[in-house]
Design a protein around this ligand. Sequence first.
Ligand SMILES: [Zn+2]
Length: 319
Amino acid sequence: MIGDERIMPELPEVEYTARQLRSAVVGSTIREVQVFWERTIAHPQLSEFLTEIAGRRIEGVRRRGKFLLLDLSGDLFLSIHRRMTGNFLLLPADWEIDTRLRESDPLAWKTRGPEFHPPAATAVSYSRETSYCRVCFELADGRYLLFTDPRKFGRIELWPRVQEEAVFANLGPEPLSDAFTVERFAQALVGRRTGLKQTLLDQEVVAGIGNIYADEALYYACLHPARRADSLTPSEIRILHDGIVTVLTLGIEHGGTSFNDYRDLWGEAGQNYNHVRVYRQEGKPCGRCNTLIERIVIAQRSTHFCPHCQRTLVSAITS
Ligand SMILES: [Zn+2]
């Protein structure tokens, strides 16, 4: 299942993590934060971040597009973008942080970060991947909330809540909210000469969709990924809107899609991989017509579709 193209967590993966975090950490207080890779903290300056966050209570967990948001006491919020390989992992109380690598092998330290050891008395064996921890939130009850990120592209920002609208000014509507109406979606497609695949990946059109769910939604709607976005009929727009909502909802129900990096809060892989219809299914028969699923590259992204169900129309662009 592991290919050379990395998978970014999309709306369902982030939403699923948000739900797990909500039941696990809301009400907890952040005693202190340890940062092992400084660039993970993108706003404000590291020293200010560390001072500001200590002692804050986690009041809520939300999601906006692919961003995970933690509401903190004092009207602040944390915004986390996991990018390619960022994951949250929650460790029970009394684990030990081992930073010996920092002195013994500074090069390995930069890659792997600290190690975490369970309390000696723990009988259960943990298979959790605690390597590559970039940021460790120490909760007042002794638990650790780790942000692990092998590739280091993930970013964490701390903002006053009054600035939320400005921070997300470029994000389109939430596809699973009332704001995402067929009319608004249709409006976003007017005059858009790019192909449908590229259009769905544009976070200003609709927030939270990435490679997996763009392919799945287009398959649902029987639309070719290279079809020009402004060429859809009203009924095609309605079906695509329905496809977006459906595949994202199913993705959440299945706990997200795991191929290589995505893990949930307890280190488990998501199950949606067993439910995708076209994504990474090239060479396998289409569930509707038995034609073999094909893979093409659009805007440097792997794109998977059924050449029979999703036929190119005259108005498709060539890419
Ligand atoms: Zn087909």
